[in-house]
Design a protein around this ligand. Sequence first.
Ligand code: ARG
Length: 460
Amino acid sequence: MAKLWSGRFSSDPDRLTDELNASIFFDKRMYREDIEGSLAHAEMLARQGIISDADFASISAGLESVLADIERGAFEFKLADEDIHMAVESELTRRIGDAGKRLHTARSRNDQVAADFRLYCKRELAAVRGLELALLGTLCALAAEHTETVMPGYTHLQRAQPATLAHHLMAYANMLRRDVTRLDDCLRRMDFSPLGSGAFAGTTYPIDRAFTAEKLGFAGYTENSADGVSDRDYALELLSCLAILMTHLSRFAEEVILWCSLEFKFITLSDAFSTGSSIMPQKKNPDIAELVRGKTGRVYGSLVALLTTMKALPLAYNKDMQEDKEQVFDALDTVKKVLPAFTAMIETMTVNRGAMRAAASGGFINATDCADWLVSRGLAFRDAYTVVGKLVAKCQSEDRTLETLTLAEYREAHALFDENVYAAIDLGACVTRRNSAGGPAPEEVAKQIASVRRFLEEYE
Ligand code: ARG
């Protein structure tokens, strides 16, 4: 079959050329955007008197019929069509004849693909955003149940200070909220139509770029036609957003994996979101969390791959840029699969309050509070720190905790100690008193939950 661009060629491309060159088998997923773009372009051409109203009417009916056939699976995508743009255009011409040949007036595949891809990215960005908001809602609901669930907080993965599960969850909620606003920022810069840039140097036809931009739902159009066809920042930014989002999920996933181990036992995953072992009958594995962690590498890979493709490309369009789509598609597919599974896993897990509290009781996480209490009695913090450090060493050598030291033992360490120290190092009290803004005290975490819930209401 002759290519749409076969005019200056004396032979057909070799099959090896077709196989390397064709993007149809992956860019066919942009069929809706491609047809939508063509409809807007054709309408603009008619309004500007560049094609006749009759041509526009038959182009638009033809494109609608191609769209309908693709949607019901009655369209055959062929290697020889090269890409979705040529597949749609040649089929259109086959169906409506000469009017179809006028569709590509004042347009290049370079601005066409750039417009299609931006439209696609915009839509998918909105879908990812929705899935992230759902996870945020789940985190808020779970946090609201656990503002008093004491658990040890860690630094260096060593038990550090008392916190609550709600406080921990709201740390992730803050990351995810930033992910959502990062997507919004990305959208603001993505939201410009490159259509009308032509191959790169615009066109001599009296086109109306504002019309097509508005028709396609863009906030405006790109200001420079060479930039319009050669810019893939929007794809890079979207991949960056997805990569950062996956960083957050992978950190959370890692904790889920730790927490459901026998060593922690902080949570139990639902059977529906775990898997078994083919050999070890006792096993219940956190595969969902592990795959979230694992697939993070894959999304980073897409970002680095596209950055590398774009690096040092001369202006304007180069075929290298066709490599943009598979990376973005794969990253979007991955994130869209990961987010709902992760949300459901969190929603259905059981929290073992007792194990969290036991872990919080065993690791001297109230040592800072003990030192702070001495400070409240007039000692300088650095001195209080040393006194409590010695008490911790004593407890460790005797396999005891700060709670079990007698008053005599406390007073031996420092004369300022009195019986009020026991209330000060009580875990519940330690958490409640950490009421600085942003801290784990239940009333402070309640504010954090309310803030994210307000965000959800405004954004949903
Ligand atoms: N399939 C191409 C891509 O995805 C479309 C643009 C082709 N432009 C060209 N001048 N060959 O980038």
